[in-house]
Write a protein that binds this ligand. Structure first.
Ligand code: ADP
Ligand code: MG
Ligand code: MG
Length: 888
């Protein structure tokens, strides 16, 4: 049996449908679906992603039977259009468009008007009765094809066009006549001949296969590879190729081309939103060559634009388009991003897909659609990308900030950013990688800029609309962006921009407000986000379906308050050493470290104790009875001593400690491998008085709260870095002894738990032994990852990238849990822990506790809670809800 590489669509039906995205790519599958719905789609066919994969598998050779199937596809188009590919009298022209499973905006290049040559252009001129149009189309084709397929730079062509316009004294393309375009076409062809040493291909078949090959090859270009890495898209997916009969938006004043979202992709507002251009073709709208006009009258008025909207300029076809858009949204049950062309008053749909949107819009659309009954609440929860919520958890400009507005553009991607301006993507990439806050300023962006855009905190473009490349990419990444700031005059040579005579040089700080489109001078005051409205509504729905509890890693009162505001249901990790570093305490801590004997240590600890107790009282008060897991002292003691000799001398001076002794002790404490040294519970075993002081402080604080009549906490006292059952027993006895004594002294009933972090492979494997004396486990996956791989997370930066680039690691295991290795240890520990102590409380407190994929794993293993940094709590709540839904 031969493989099927080609699926046709158009003419009122299709061989594929929307469910076939893997095979037909997103664009092809949706073109087929729209055809089947009876919408006006120019006929065409899709070459499958499998053909692309076969092409690469066979060393860049097309499958043997592909040519015949493509010929069949062309015949299908010819039959419907009543035109013939390559026929000089009645030529069929096609577009060749890439389309992977996931949309990769701007990553792959499209060729329009393919099939034109010196003979067919005459046919097109005769048939259309518009010679100007025919040659305009031909020059577009030569430029696109030469660029995409033959690898020639755009500039050569742009220069020719600009020279012509200069000579004729015109500045818009529309002022050029048929004769002008004909002359330009001739020069374009000469340029190709000169640059490549061979003429522009005249044979439509050669053109077709050249374009198909270029689409396949673009799957492996640098931009596509980078984008795939950014978005975790596997190389093995391949891209499809769509070959589709051309329709023409450049056939006069009743022709147009446009893009639209069925709802506002920035705010989520339920109103048709988009841009169009009269008498234009394809990419003119997104390329920012001419400034596009609004679709609706309301949007035009809001923008204060004088140019008519589509609703006003082409009312009949606009009404038809609005109905189609509404129908698509209902059909797909999601906000659609559509591309269309009007050819002499007739509407053609060229693409639909689920629209990319800001997190804010995603929330509003999901909540609204659930309200409209289009989707269920659970679907609304499932639809929001937890990671995208991050955008909403970021600062915006304070309403009372003084705004010194330099320029105003379009509010292309919301949120605010402060940074130093740079004018090239390379600079943005370099300085951004060095950790600097950068604002990238460009005339307009193109796919070549994506690395720099990604490294920037914010983006400003002088040209381009709301659907320009910069706007779409920035919104997708949650990077604030102001596009089309036309007042800004960029001087690339001198690396500055000026607005009304005032010059801003490279490196100067500006603030951008992507929600208003303003560019502001200097660094402007920001405020933290507030989580109300749609956000709050969605969180309530998420909380209704999630099983995992969500706690926060917090030690300061501010962290704890933030955590609660974001909905944390407890503290999963309070690191007590942070409390030791406080300037009022560090002296006593150092005294304790320097003490020669236990009595000396106890004396110093007695000075720290009241501080510790006060910390816990405050924390328990804020947490109002919610669980709080407190980890006893963990880092090696030398971390509390000054590091350089100068600092040592200064500390000795200010504290009155003996400098020689301080120096000696620092040397004694030096370890060649402190990560595996005298730290964690090993400190508590060597110096039980330290842990005793901490346990006492915790229990006294809890008793104080209990006595005051406020909700009493159930402290969870956690011992770090335990590896052996006998260690745990020692620590449990120590803890109980101290706690019981305090409770007896205080004369109140108080519950508390004693448990451990699981951070060592041995602890995971012997979890059964540990569970005999541990009432809870908290997986400390930062250290557990480190100790499992034997990779120091502080040093991994130097080589982890090599691992990722060479495909040895799929992801950084410190960011997303290594489910097969570290995950297996967690599974084993959970199983053995539960076997030894049914109902043992299990949680995770590493960075992974805020990573959606890792949270899904925690759900699968049946942990009781995840704990993450306060700002990630909403992300974790949503991810936990989605994990629960996925299990249903
Ligand atoms: P991208 O994936 O970059 O959006 P597309 O394949 O959608 O690329 O093509 C870009 C633009 O080219 C489309 O928005 C559309 O305006 C135009 N285009 C593509 N195919 C056709 C066609 N058959 N007829 C007219 N215009 C087309
Ligand atoms: Mg498109
Ligand atoms: Mg640890």
């Amino acid at each position: 049996m031969t493989n099927r590489w080609v699926y046709s669509f158009g003419g009122g039906g299709a061989e594929g449908d929307a469910s076939m995205k893997n095979l037909l790519g997103g664009k092809g599958a949706n073109l087929a679906e729209m055809s089947s719905l009876g919408l006006p789609v120019p006929p065409g066919f899709t070459i499958t992603t499998e053909a692309c994969n076969s092409y690469y598998a066979e060393g860049r050779q097309y499958p043997a039977d592909l040519a015949a199937q493509v010929a069949g596809g062309i015949a299908h188009i010819e039959k419907i259009t009543q035109k013939t590919f390559g026929d000089a009298a009645n030529p069929l022209l096609v577009s060749v468009r890439s389309g992977a499973r996931a949309s990769m905006p701007g990553m792959m290049d499209t060729v329009l008007n393919l099939g034109l040559n010196d003979a067919t252009v005459e046919g097109l001129a005769r048939l259309s009765g518009d010679r100007r149009f025919a040659f305009d189309s031909y020059r577009r084709f030569i430029q696109m094809y030469s660029n995409v397929v033959l690898g020639l730079d755009h500039h050569a062509f742009e220069e020719i066009l600009d020279d012509h316009k200069d000579r004729l004294g015109v500045d818009v393309d529309t002022a050029l006549t048929a004769k002008d375009w004909e002359a330009i076409v001739a020069e374009y062809k000469q340029a190709v001949d000169r640059e490549l040493g061979k003429p522009f291909p005249q044979d439509p078949q050669e053109q077709l296969w050249g374009a198909v090959g270029a689409v396949f090859q673009s799957w492996m270009n640098d931009r596509a590879k980078f984008y795939r890495r950014m978005h975790d898209i596997p190389e093995s997916w391949g891209t499809a190729v769509n070959i589709q009969s051309m329709v023409f938006g450049n056939l006069g004043e009743t022709s147009a081309t446009g893009v639209a979202f069925t709802r506002n992709p920035s705010t989520g507002e339920a109103a048709l939103y988009g841009e169009f251009l009269i008498n234009a073709q394809g990419e003119d709208v997104v390329a920012g060559i001419r400034t596009p006009q609004s679709l609706t009258k309301a949007a035009r008025e809001e923008m204060g634009d004088r140019n008519p909207s589509m609703e006003e300029a082409l009312p009949t076809v606009f009404a038809e388009f609005r109905d189609v858009a509404a129908r698509l949204e209902r059909h797909y049950r999601d906000m659609q991003d559509v591309e269309f062309t009007v050819e002499q008053g007739r509407l053609w749909m060229l693409q639909t897909r689920n629209g990319k949107r800001t997190a804010k819009a995603a929330l509003k659309v999901a909540v609204d659609m659930a309200g409209e009954g289009l989707i269920s609440k659970e679907e609304a929860v499932a639809r929001i990308d937890p990671a995208a919520l991050d955008q909403l958890l970021h600062p915006t400009i304070s309403p009372d900030a003084v705004r010194s507005v330099i320029a105003k553009g379009l509010p292309a991607s919301p949120g605010a950013a402060v940074g130093a301006i740079v004018f090239s993507s390379e600079d943005a990439e370099r300085r951004g990688a060095a950790g600097e806050a950068i604002i990238l300023v460009r005339h307009e962006t193109s796919p070549e800029d994506i690395k720099g855009m990604h490294a920037a905190r914010g983006i400003i473009t002088a040209r381009g609309g709301m659907t320009s490349h910069a706007a779409v990419v920035a919104r997708g990444w949650g990077i604030p962006c102001v596009s089309g700031a036309g007042d800004i005059a960029i001087d690339l040579k001198n690396r500055n921009f000026s607005v009304r005579g005032k010059v801003f040089n490279e490196g100067e700080t500006v603030t951008i407000d992507g929600s208003t489109g303003e560019v502001l001078a200097g660094s402007v005051k920001m405020i933290e986000p507030e989580l109300t409205g749609d956000f709050a509504a969605l969180m309530v729905w998420a909380d209704e379906v999630r099983r995992l509890k969500v706690r926060a890693n917090a030690e300061t009162p501010l962290d704890a308050k933030t955590a609660r505001q974001f909905g944390a249901e407890g503290i999963g990790l309070c690191r007590t050493e942070h409390m030791f570093f406080d300037e009022h305490r560090i002296a006593a801590v150092r005294e304790m470290i320097l003490a020669d004997d236990e009595a000396g240590r106890r004396a110093a600890l007695a000075r720290i104790a009241p501080f510790q107790k006060a910390d816990f009282v405050e924390l328990f008060t804020i947490m109002e009875g919610l669980p709080v897991t407190i980890r006893l002292l963990d880092p090696p003691l030398h971390e509390f001593l000054p590091h350089s000799e100068e600092d040592l001398a200064a500390v000795a001076e200010s504290t009155g400690l003996d400098p020689a002794k301080l120096m000696r002790r620092a040397r004694e404490l030096h370890e060649s491998n402190p990560m595996l040294g005298h730290r964690g519970c090993r400190l508590g075993i060597s110096f039980p008085e330290i842990y005793e002081m901490q346990v006492r402080a915790i229990i006294e604080a809890a008793c104080e709260i209990a006595k005051s009549g406020k909700p009493a906490p159930v402290p969870e006292i956690m011992h770090p870095l335990v590896g052996k059952g006998t260690e745990m027993k020692f620590l449990k006895d120590l803890t109980d002894r101290t706690a019981k004594a305090v409770i007896a002294e205080q004369g109140v009933a108080l519950e508390y738990l004693v448990g451990t972090m699981i951070e060592l492979p041995r602890a995971a494997i012997r979890a059964g032994d540990l569970a005999e004396n541990a009432e809870f486990f908290s997986f400390g996956t930062n250290d557990l990852t480190q100790t499992t791989f034997g990779i120091s997370r502080d040093d991994a930066g130097k080589f982890l990238n090599d691992y990722i680039e060479k495909g040895i690691f799929e992801k950084d295991p410190f960011v997303s849990l290594d489910q097969e290795g570290v995950g297996d240890l967690i599974r084993i520990a959970a199983e053995r822990g539960r076997a030894a102590r049914p109902g043992i409380k299990l949680g995770i407190c590493g960075e992974h506790g805020g990573d959606p994929a890792s949270i899904a794993f925690c759900e699968e293993v049946g942990l009781d809670y995840v704990s993450c940094s306060p700002f990630r709590v909403p992300i974790a709540r949503l991810a936990a809800a989605q994990a629960a839904l996925a299990k249903k």
